[in-house]
Design a protein around this ligand. Sequence first.
Ligand code: ZN
Length: 58
Amino acid sequence: MAGNFFRVRCPDCDNEQVVFGKASTTVNCAVCGTTLATPTGGDATFSGEVLETVEQRA
Ligand SMILES: [Zn+2]
């Protein structure tokens, strides 16, 4: 189980970015710097809208 990636839309600039579901550090939007994901120790909490889940296939 490698964990999933999620396509998240930035709430501020509508940039779409793929974020690791178990991110261990805060993930910021590459365009405007808004926080998109906050680590919680398990699955990250996403600040933007999750558009889709991108499952990793080994
Ligand atoms: Zn942004």
